[in-house]
Design a protein around this ligand. Structure first.
Ligand code: HAM
Length: 424
């Protein structure tokens, strides 16, 4: 067996403690923000039947065709997949547990997703999303609520430089009409299509519109537009969404080429993008998916949701100079001698009873080396206990940012510490 150090799987990252501080802070901000809109947490498994994603995301999407981590359960032969996104799982869970029985649902989840993409800055094989799903809401007020929510989060996080693009994909009848016209148009121009486009012609002609092939751009430009096929209801819905956004002063750009890479969308789709992250500039994306609940086997119900890429948001925050406030540790307890060790552990537990964050030095060493560790820990105070202090039932308290060291009885420690830390 090789004794080479093993590395993490390519595209899957460790989040080390310094960075994890930022994640924890972000997760707290996000929890408060979601609660302020009445969204409740749901947690689904990381592994689902492969068929769920094929049916929900679409057989001919990039995700299902080439990005899923799928495997066979060696015990029973079931086909399973590490979830590439959360919407399908969330809808599956809602249906399985009958959550739509008598009330619509505002739900959110967060956690890792897995896609076998080519890793680069902002694009990973294991990445994290915060996903938001509202099920049972048909009106444009929900579309607008979710977009407004995002705008508020960017404000809460102190993010600028994020812009909103929206589009409407119409309803399934509009899309069927458009699809038929596209196929007819591309069939008439078969000689101008590249191999990839020919392959997609009958399975997913819409994706031909995403082609970056310069030789096909003129053809794509002149292709039939979905906009021309929209029903009056879909047009009214989109107009109402825009009107609420405008009423709230939310700026947006209508991007008719915004089609999204998952098949379940209809009507409103949106993306929040930034130019600060290079090619992977979409930090948050979503839309309406009124057909999905029925498609997964439930009684049809309208729905709308979005997900944000946590890694991309955090890079953006770091690039905007985001620095975390406040030290993480209140007290570092140093001690030397047997009696002192006993008192030190007792004192540390007492301070934790007071909800203070305390590290008790472990592993011995001179006072000098222990104080170095106390200094490096970022603690506000050090408590120093030697056997002579312990014998007298006292400890020394040393403010780490300067100030005089005081020696106090254990009984008075709580008040002294509270005064020094909480400035009471
Ligand atoms: P999505 O556009 O595939 O939508 O992903 C949402 C966000 O996840 C992207 O905008 C991006 O920020 C982040 N993301 C996606 N792939 C990666 C990756 N490989 N590395 C890093 N970040 C990534 C969905 O997943 C839908 N489920 C959103 C939704 C919820 N629609 C309705 N409800």
């Amino acid at each position: 067996m090789s004794n080479e150090t093993l590395q993490a799987v390519r595209g899957m990252n460790d989040i080390l403690p310094d960075e994890a501080e930022l994640w924890l802070w972000f997760e707290e901000v996000v929890r408060d923000w979601l609660a302020s809109y009445g969204y409740r947490n749901i947690r689904m498994p990381l592994v689902e039947p492969t068929a769920l994603f094929c049916r929900a995301i679409g057989e001919v999407t990039d995700i299902v065709e080439k990005e899923m981590y799928s495997f066979e359960d060696s015990l029973n032969g079931d086909q399973l997949t590490l979830r590439p996104e959360g919407t399908a799982s969330c809808v599956r869970a809602v249906l399985q547990h009958n959550l739509l029985y008598n009330a619509p649902q505002r739900l959110y989840y967060s956690g890792p997703m897995f896609r076998h993409e080519r890793p680069q800055k902002g694009r990973y094989r294991q990445f994290h999303q915060v996903g938001v799903e509202a099920l049972g809401f048909a009106g444009p007020d929900m579309d607008a609520e979710q977009i407004l929510m995002c705008a508020r989060l960017w404000k809460n996080l102190g993010l600028s430089d994020v812009t909103l693009q929206i589009n409407t994909l119409g309803d399934s009848a509009c899309r069927h009409r458009h699809r038929a016209k596209l196929i007819a148009y591309f069939e008439q121009n078969l000689a101008l299509l590249d191999a990839e486009a020919v392959r997609r012609l009958h399975s997913n002609p819409l994706r031909i519109l995403d082609s970056k092939n310069p030789a096909m751009q003129a053809l794509i430009e002149a292709a039939p537009k979905l906009m021309d096929e929209l029903s009056a209801e879909a047009i009214d819905h989109f107009a109402a969404v825009q009107s609420i956004l405008t009423q709230h002063g939310i700026l947006f750009e209508i991007n008719p080429r915004l089609v999204r890479g998952l098949d379940y969308y209809n009507r409103t789709v949106f993306e929040w993008v930034t130019t600060r992250l290079g090619a992977q500039g979409t930090i948050c994306a979503g839309g309406r998916y009124d057909g999905l609940v029925g498609q997964i086997g439930g009684k049809p119900a309208p729905a709308m949701g979005f997900a944000m890429g946590v890694e991309r948001l955090l890079v953006l925050l770091q690039e905007a100079g985001m620095a975390l406030p406040k030290p993480l540790l209140d007290v570092y307890v140093v001690h030397q001698g047997e009696l002192a060790a006993r008192l030190a552990s007792q004192v540390a537990e007492q301070l934790r009873d007071e909800n203070l964050r305390v590290v008790l030095h472990c592993g011995g060493g001179s006072f000098k080396s222990q104080m170095k560790k106390a200094d490096a820990s970022g603690a506000v105070l050090a408590i120093v206990i030697g056997d002579d202090e312990a014998a007298a039932g006292e400890v020394s308290v040393k403010p780490m940012q300067g100030g005089t060291q005081v020696r106090v009885g254990v009984q008075a420690l709580r008040d002294t510490i509270n005064k020094l830390i909480r400035q009471e």
